[in-house]
Design a protein around this ligand. Structure first.
Ligand SMILES: *Cc1c(COP(=O)(O)O)cnc(C)c1O
Length: 375
């Protein structure tokens, strides 16, 4: 079945295809000048010192925990209302995820008070996820981190160019991680970026993304060096120039794309605000957001009612989703299970509605009407 209105649509045209064709014609398709250009433009847009292009965000999260030196047995405080990769990365370095609840139905981002309650002698880091492109309470989180000497990783996959008190998301903690998976604000198919202001982290991330080798093929092809050493256990976590070529075109479009998403959100809010039975998270949010997703929370509801509403929307041709099922509920994480009352309610009563820049006003109004009818 194909939906009348999908959850997401790519902002692609012939320019992405041309950029890929040009990369191929230039005869260099692995990590090279297009990756460097993509990194430089991304760093400039975020006003951050270093951006390192990677194969995806999951490996960026893995490198983040390596860079901040999280060791086996360390505890890392994390949200559960996120994509599994946020938490899987903690397990890649054999550390222990300690789930914290989100603040409220209106603010479904990690709760600084719950972070504070969950700190133990073993805690070494906090990972936050800026849900939907809306910032966590970074002032409180950074001050807790400073108080206890903890490092902070930002999973900023939802928030490219989102702002928190004058700073771009991903540039406030020690390391920020971004995804360019196809359904993200910036799409390259697969792709990711690690950003940091720490030059030592930058140097080490560049080693780790390419087998711990001191030079890369492109440099050798240009005669800048003829040999290399392997100085630590690295990985192949590189982006290639074909993906970077798409990324560069996407960066040309991102600002206009995000402006259109803001308009989409406004139309949603205008048509849903008065409805008794729903909460719109981040309703009074005043800073610039990337609006990665638009979610509503059903009041006085349960999973059966929520799924009925989703089914009715599907019958009306509207695709919906759930961000997210809650990582602490997955069977792989049963040993780390804790009660998270706010997250648990959201997991059962949240609905993600379509959000992308090409959505028309008429389509958004149709979705709102169908949602009202199904409540
Ligand atoms: C998409 C996403 C990831 C994973 O990104 P990949 O590039 O697919 O590895 C991690 N965290 C969050 C919050 C995401 O939305």
């Amino acid at each position: 079945m194909s939906y009348k209105i999908p959850l997401f649509d790519l902002n692609f045209d012939e320019k992405e295809a041309q950029a890929v064709a040009e990369a191929i014609k230039d005869n260099w398709i692995s990590t090279g000048p297009r990756c460097t250009a993509f990194e430089n433009r991304f760093a400039t847009m975020l006003n951050v010192n270093h951006a390192i292009a990677l194969a995806n965000c999951t490996v960026s999260l893995h490198l983040a925990f390596k860079l901040i030196d999280v060791k086996p047995g360390d505890e890392v405080i994390c949200p559960s209302l996120t994509f599994a990769a946020t938490v899987n990365a903690i397990r890649y370095v054999d550390a222990t995820p300690v789930f914290a609840d989100v603040t409220s139905y209106e603010l479904p981002v990690i709760d600084p008070e719950d972070i504070r309650r969950k700190i133990t002698a073993k805690t070494t880091a906090i990972i936050v996820m800026h849900y939907g492109g809306f910032a966590c309470d970074m002032d409180s989180i950074m001050s807790i981190a400073n108080e206890f000497g903890l490092k902070v990783v930002e999973d900023a996959c939802h928030g490219p160019l989102s702002v928190y008190k004058g700073q771009k998301l991903g540039t406030i903690g020690d390391v920020g991680c971004f995804s360019f998976f196809s359904n993200k604000n910036i799409s390259t198919g697969e792709g990711g970026m690690l950003v940091t202001n720490n030059s030592k982290f930058n140097d080490r991330a560049r080693l780790l993304r390419s087998h711990g080798m001191t030079t890369m093929s492109y440099e050798r092809s240009k005669g800048h060096s003829t040999t290399y050493d392997v100085v630590e256990l690295g990985y192949n976590y590189r982006m290639d120039d074909i993906h970077a070529a798409i990324g560069l075109v996407q960066l040309d479009k991102i600002e206009a794309d995000l402006e259109m998403r803001e308009e989409v959100r406004k139309v949603y809010i205008e048509h849903l605000k008065g409805i008794e039975g729903i909460i719109i998270p981040f309703l009074n949010y005043s800073e610039f957001s990337s609006n990665y997703i638009f979610t509503v929370v059903l009041k006085n509801s349960d999973i059966i009612k929520r799924d009925e509403v989703r089914n009715k929307l599907a019958e009306a041709g509207v695709q919906t989703s759930l961000h997210y099922p809650g990582v602490h509920n997955f069977s792989f994480y049963k040993d780390y299970y804790v009660d998270l009352p706010v997250t648990d309610y959201l997991v059962d009563n949240l609905i993600t509605l379509p959000m992308y820049s090409k959505l028309t006003k008429e389509q958004v109004i149709y979705i709102c009407d169908m949602l009202k009818a199904s409540l």
